[in-house]
Design a binder for this molecule. Structure first.
Ligand code: SAH
Ligand code: DHB
Ligand code: MG
Length: 227
């Protein structure tokens, strides 16, 4: 690596850290959720603090009172989302693992958002038909099994209103999921690639993928439902 290149990388890392410290500091509730996840041996695949803050900015921008999360892990992203809700607002989190769900519920309670959150356990595709009667949702965050992302998008369009925001995690993946050419892909990669193709071309949506995790190697696809 040239010196210029490593200087640029160091500068980028410093900028990222400064933004994180100023705009997205973690409090005791978020740190507790991370510690509980680690203690239970869950993988550290939650969103970054800057992604959490971006979810709050988006939730606030669309006046979110009802938020749906698909794939919750240990509740880290759910805490960021729940904290963006106004009084009386509601977050429903769908999670397949009963073990995760227990950790999520206790992390939500510890973070002080137990009253406005609900964790439902099961395969998201089995739970979504029931959730449909409780919409429309102002913001939907997709972060569960990757091969189902195209189906989650279909459900999200049914469960949203004009102005709703649909966010999907892991839509950059080192650029692997942004190639449109047909090629050999595993099911996860194919699901994410299809998702990107669908949201980038759907006339009902205005969408953009942003590399916005720590290190900018992965990120969100953000879609706003048009009027
Ligand atoms: N959103 C979390 C990370 C989610 S990791 C955060 O940023 O903090 C993905 C989660 O999706 C895991 O907890 C996994 O158990 C769950 N999951 C996987 N397949 C699922 C399915 N079919 N339905 C619901 N949840 C699922
Ligand atoms: C991984 C990261 C994620 O954000 C996710 O939702 C699933 C898996 C990973 O790095 O393996
Ligand atoms: Mg993810």
């Amino acid at each position: 690596m040239t010196n210029e290149h490593s200087d640029a990388l160091r500068e980028q890392a410093e900028i990222e850290q400064a933004i994180r410290n100023l705009f997205a500091p973690e409090d005791e509730g978020l740190r507790h959720a991370l510690a509980a996840a680690q203690e239970a041996g869950l993988p550290a695949i939650q969103i970054s603090p800057v992604q959490g803050k971006l979810l709050q900015v988006l939730a606030t921008a669309c006046n979110a009172r009802k938020i749906l999360e698909i794939g919750s892990l240990a509740g880290y992203s759910g805490i960021w989302l729940a904290r963006a809700l106004p009084p009386g607002g509601r977050l429903i989190s769908l999670e397949i693992s009963p073990k995760h769900a227990e950790i999520i519920r206790s992390s939500f309670a510890y973070a002080g958002v137990g009253d406005r959150t609900e964790v439902r356990v099961g395969k998201a595709l089995d739970l979504l038909p029931q959730v449909a009667g409780e919409g429309p949702f102002d913001l939907i965050f997709i972060d569960a099994d990757k091969q189902s992302y195209p189906s989650y998008l279909e459900w999200s369009l049914k469960l949203s209103r004009p102005g709703s925001i649909i966010v999907a995690d892991n839509c950059v993946r080192h650029g692997r999921v942004l190639r449109v050419e047909e090629e050999q892909q595993d099911e996860d990669t194919a699901g994410l690639t299809t998702y990107n193709r669908l949201v980038s071309s759907d006339p009902r949506l205005v969408s953009l993928a942003l590399a916005v995790d720590d290190g900018h190697t992965d990120g969100f696809a953000i879609s706003v439902v048009k009027a």
